[in-house]
Write a protein that binds this ligand. Structure first.
Ligand code: SF4
Length: 304
């Protein structure tokens, strides 16, 4: 007997192709013996019919005693017909696009973005098609949420599937986790904390953003930070840390210390931590993230 691993079973399920189970007490319905049996049954059915063939002016007439089927009756196919592959209704699927990371920036739009207010900036982002693959495959641009009372800004990486669907950053499981961490620190999303992303559009299949896409979206991010004018910034995950601190050190090496970002001409204390989606995959790192957010809160209190 073939032993299928759990991994194989999951792969089959993920691909929607199996597993195909056959009862061990019965023959395999596709085995030669089972097919021969079914053929024998078909022959018996045919012999129960009275078939008279007459040649009438070169035509063959078939007369059968099998009662005519009424229009509402269905044909039930017997084996081996019943073992033919099922036909499935075709459903629309999401289009996929070639993803070479082509970027063509609109200089005029970016110039407007440099001095735009929050609402105008949001509209400019919605119009932006600089990253060809991202703008073609996105369902929405994810601009970010902010209240003017927010003193802390969290910068994440890019929208994922849930964010793309809802048009909001950090929703779904990772959003819940982030909100729980903030809540435990007595901070509230919106009122105390604004959340934005490095990229405003979802990279296809959640791949890492390309450098040229990060560069194309940097004008929007910079303007958002200027408008929010935070007291403390938290960079959530590798992409945010690398984009804004211009380093390639790992999140593990960058966290647990205070960095500095210049926003509106003044240095703003900045903390690096793990992205919540990473914490969901590596729950043992939650304690490290808790320490990083505690550091950010301490910096915030010191600056009040
Ligand atoms: Fe434009 Fe940014 Fe979206 Fe790229 S990611 S298309 S730069 S809004």
């Amino acid at each position: 007997m073939t032993a299928y691993s759990e991994q194989t079973a999951r792969l089959w399920m993920a691909m929607d192709i199996g597993p195909y189970w056959i009862g061990r007490d019965d023959d395999d319905p596709l085995s030669p013996a089972a097919i021969a049996r079914e053929e024998e049954k078909s022959k018996l059915q045919i012999s129960s019919q009275t078939v008279r063939q007459e040649e009438l002016s070169g035509q063959v007439q078939v007369v059968s005693t099998v009662p005519e089927r009424k229009p509402h009756e269905h044909t039930v196919l017997t084996s081996p017909e019943s073992h033919k592959p099922k036909s499935y209704e075709l459903k629309p699927i999401r289009r996929t696009f070639a993803d070479p990371g082509i970027v063509e920036v609109d200089s005029e739009l970016l110039t407007q973005a440099q001095s735009a207010d929050w609402e105008t900036l949001k509209k400019l982002v919605a119009q932006c098609t600089a990253c060809k693959a991202l703008s073609q495959s996105r369902l929405s641009t994810v601009f970010g949420t902010a209240e003017r009372t927010a003193k802390m800004v969290i910068v994440g990486e890019a929208p994922g599937r849930d964010e793309d669907l809802q048009g909001k950053p950090f929703v779904g499981k990772s959003g819940e986790l982030l909100e729980n961490i903030l809540c435990a620190l007595g901070l509230h999303r919106g009122k105390d904390v604004a959340i934005i992303n490095v990229l405003k559009c979802r990279p296809p299949n959640n791949r890492d953003p390309h450098d040229n896409e990060i560069a194309a979206c940097a004008t929007f991010l910079t303007r958002q930070l200027e408008l929010l004018d935070p007291k403390v910034v938290v960079l959530s995950g590798r992409i945010a840390a690398h984009s804004l601190l211009k380093t390639e050190l790992s999140t593990g090496k960058l966290r647990a210390q205070t960095h500095s970002l210049v926003i509106n001409g003044r240095p703003v204390p900045t903390v690096v931590t793990y992205h919540p989606s990473y914490l969901l995959r590596s729950p043992t790192e939650k304690i490290a993230a808790w320490r990083d957010f505690s550091l950010a809160k301490k910096l915030l209190l010191e600056l009040k």
